[in-house]
Design a protein around this ligand. Structure first.
Ligand SMILES: Cc1cc2nc3c(=O)[nH]c(=O)nc-3n(C[C@H](O)[C@H](O)[C@H](O)COP(=O)(O)OP(=O)(O)OC[C@H]3O[C@@H](n4cnc5c(N)ncnc54)[C@H](O)[C@@H]3O)c2cc1C
Length: 277
């Protein structure tokens, strides 16, 4: 195991050994190693890499280190990014909340990952660094499929930059057993009162989280942005449009019909709560 102290050293180690794998809090990777689902010869622990730490809140954006844990998100961004803090609060076990990181959540690219739908709704950019330097990828382009992250060899997620939006935010999920990892539908919603935009991220219902663009546009057109009100039936119509955006997964955790219903209910509730806030 390598324990680099800085980003340049971490990237050097990853570049030198193509078999090396980054380790955040280990709440996914160590579980997979113990279960024999993965085998890794060389682990590069990122915990001491100081460039991955901290939260910076500026006038235009909030900048989160990839090493931020769920507990850190809950404690540090509740006021600026309430949807992300709510997603962190919904992680079932205190151990996972204390160890699991933002970078590891994106690195796992699990279908049930909670941060991606929120980052989509927040219009986040993900900074990655590797042997060729640093680049920023829209959150929606980072994860291509389950376990498939658009990172080049030796690259890691370093920071996530979120433009500040004034207005209510929601994160809701349903799972087989409350807040454990097996979510079958998650919805994040941001009402951006300044830009007069509705942004929604849907997770756990399809192989990759997505934004239901047609539903967003329909809601934007139907909201009275001066009064921040809408026809009482708008949330229901919005939920139906979100659920109709694409076919949901049909697997052992939930049927497609259940997921479609769950997404419609969550999206309806999220918009209704946001308009009432
Ligand atoms: C009881 C329990 C409950 C959970 N509940 C939830 C939940 O509600 N929602 C949810 O989304 N997840 C949940 N998880 C899963 C897990 O906690 C998260 O996915 C967590 O964010 C993973 O972060 P980590 O730092 O532990 O990643 P690790 O296990 O260290 O790494 C995961 C993967 O990401 C890679 N990686 C790590 N850091 C980086 C980086 N900076 N850049 C690029 N790749 C990187 C690793 O190589 C590995 O492939 C739960 C897990 C447990 C055990």
């Amino acid at each position: 195991m390598s324990r680099p102290r800085g980003l340049a050293e971490a990237i050097d180690v990853l570049r030198a050994d193509p078999a090396a794998v980054p380790l955040g809090g280990g709440t996914d990777l160590l579980v997979a190693l113990r279960a024999g689902e993965r085998s890794v010869r060389h682990v590069v622990a990122l915990r001491r890499v100081e460039e991955l730490a901290g939260v910076t809140t500026g006038p235009d954006a909030v900048d989160l280190g990839a090493g931020l844990t769920w507990a850190g998100m809950e404690a540090q961004v509740g006021a600026t990014l309430p949807a992300l803090a709510a997603a962190a609060r919904a992680v079932g076990s205190p151990q996972a909340r204390n160890a699991g990181t933002l970078g590891g959540n994106l690195g796992s690219a699990a279908i049930t990952g909670s941060t991606l739908p929120v980052l989509l709704a927040l219009d986040a950019g993900v900074e990655v660094a590797g042997p060729a330097g640093t680049r920023t990828v829209p959150a929606g382009d980072l994860v291509r499929g389950p376990g498939d992250v658009a990172l080049h060899a030796g690259e890691i997620v370093t920071r996530v930059r979120i433009p500040r939006a004034r207005g209510p935010q929601q994160f809701l999920k349903v799972g087989q057993r409350g807040s454990v990892i097996t979510a079958v539908a998650q919805v994040a919603l941001v009402l951006d009162l300044g830009a007069r935009r509705v942004r929604c991220g849907v997770g756990a219902a399809t192989p990759v989280a997505f934004r239901p663009r047609a539903a967003e546009r329909a809601a934007e057109a139907a909201i009275d942005w001066d009064a921040v009100t809408a026809d009482p039936d708008l949330p229901r119509r919005f939920g139906a449009l979100v659920a109709a955006d694409r076919p949901p997964l049909d697997d052992l955790r939930a049927s497609a019909a259940y997921r479609r219903h769950a997404v419609a209910v969550l999206a309806e509730r999220a918009l209704a709560r946001a308009l009432a806030a």
